[in-house]
Design a protein around this ligand. Structure first.
Ligand code: SAM
Ligand code: SF4
Length: 332
């Protein structure tokens, strides 16, 4: 039974659900996790694959068509390919993506592809192993490169690299990533550093803005030009080098917020629905799912969350308050 779509009070239609499958991670990126002593969710608090599947089946009639699996590091959740297979079989789901740090990808790429996954974003902030360790506080650069190579070999399409941009830290990575995009054909997307770090160390002056990166690439690699036909709901603005070789995206959450075209909802690994990365309120779906609440009750809860969605994040105002959950606990 088709129902009214999930349109919020600002007219935004929600068709995209990001599903966090764990808050655990095998590295400790400084802009996301604390370096040590992370307190993870109890395993029994994580939604099971069956609970996730039931929830997705339930929101398809509300207009959800696109899913992205994330975390924490989604590939540390055992048998993730089984979840992909379960979700890919749901009629109405037209697109499933995964965001991963890539460390375990070489081992899992084939099974994930066979399960029906096609779109993959791999996070990598540096093309230099020493810098990689500095950012992630762990070893693993070669494993990520092997993961990228495996993703290419298996045939994922598109493959995108996500690189967080932090002033004073990542400037030297800009030009190498420009060449990487040209040489591999993989789109590199620079993400402005957001106030979602567990250490609460974010400051505005640490944000390396998209425009500065565009200027740097245009001067030191080749001029960048905006590409046409962009998905109006995609958070990234896409550019290509002037000779058409190499694509670069910018997720300018701070300098050019894209909240008014947001089409996303998020469910955390412990089953809380969030209508925004930065929201202060959550809807407890796990209790409903575990108490065998009827579909109608879950639909009402989802609609209430969408209806309560704010106009946008308030990072650029004095009112901004960083959410209690850091990025790894929300699901980026
Ligand atoms: N572990 C996976 C990974 O790193 O790709 C998936 C989860 S991670 C939270 C999702 C994305 O959020 C990554 O691309 C990561 O770089 C990005 N991210 C994490 N903390 C961030 C922050 N404070 N500002 C901007 N992006 C951030
Ligand atoms: Fe882990 Fe991803 Fe957070 Fe890095 S950004 S610590 S890989 S969850």
């Amino acid at each position: 039974m088709m129902q009214l779509p999930l349109i919020d009070t600002f007219g935004r239609l929600h068709n995209n659900l990001r599903i966090s499958v764990t808050d655990r991670c095998n590295i400790r990126c400084f802009y996301c996790m604390p370096a040590e002593d992370v307190v993870f969710m109890d395993r029994q608090d994580l939604l099971t694959f069956e609970e996730i599947e039931r929830f997705v089946r339930l929101v398809v009639p509300l207009g959800i068509t696109e899913l992205r699996l994330t975390g924490g590091e989604p590939l540390v959740r055992r048998d993730l390919d089984k979840l992909v297979q379960m979700l890919a079989a749901i009629p109405g789901i037209t697109d499933i993506g995964l965001t991963t740090n890539g460390l375990l990808l070489a081992d899992q790429a084939e099974a994930l592809h066979a399960a029906g996954l096609r779109r993959i974003n791999i996070s990598l902030d540096a093309l230099d192993p020493v810098k990689f360790k500095q950012f992630t506080r762990r070893e693993g650069y070669e494993q990520v490169r092997a993961g990228i190579a495996a993703a290419q070999r298996v045939g994922f399409d598109p493959i995108k690299i996500n690189a967080v941009s932090v002033r004073g830290m990542t400037e030297d990575e800009i030009v190498p990533f420009g060449h990487f995009a040209r040489e591999t054909g993989i789109e590199v997307r620079f993400i402005e550093y957001m106030p979602l770090d567990a250490d609460n160390a974010w400051e505005r002056n640490k944000v390396l803005y998209a425009q500065e990166i565009i200027d740097r690439l245009s001067a030191d690699v080749m001029p960048l030009e905006p590409v046409g036909d962009q998905d109006p709901h995609a958070p990234a603005s896409d550019f290509a080098f002037a000779d058409g070789v190499g694509r670069i995206g910018f997720i300018s959450s701070i300098s050019q917020p894209f909240c008014m075209s947001c089409n996303r909802l998020r469910i955390t690994a412990d089953g809380k629905l969030r209508n925004c990365l930065f929201s202060m309120e959550e809807t407890d779906l796990r209790t409903l799912l575990r108490s065998d609440a009827p579909d109608e009750q879950l639909w009402t809860a989802v609609r209430a969350s969408v209806a309560a969605k704010k106009e946008g994040h308030e990072i650029n105002t004095a009112r901004f308050v960083q959410p209690l959950r850091p990025m790894y606990s929300i699901g980026g």
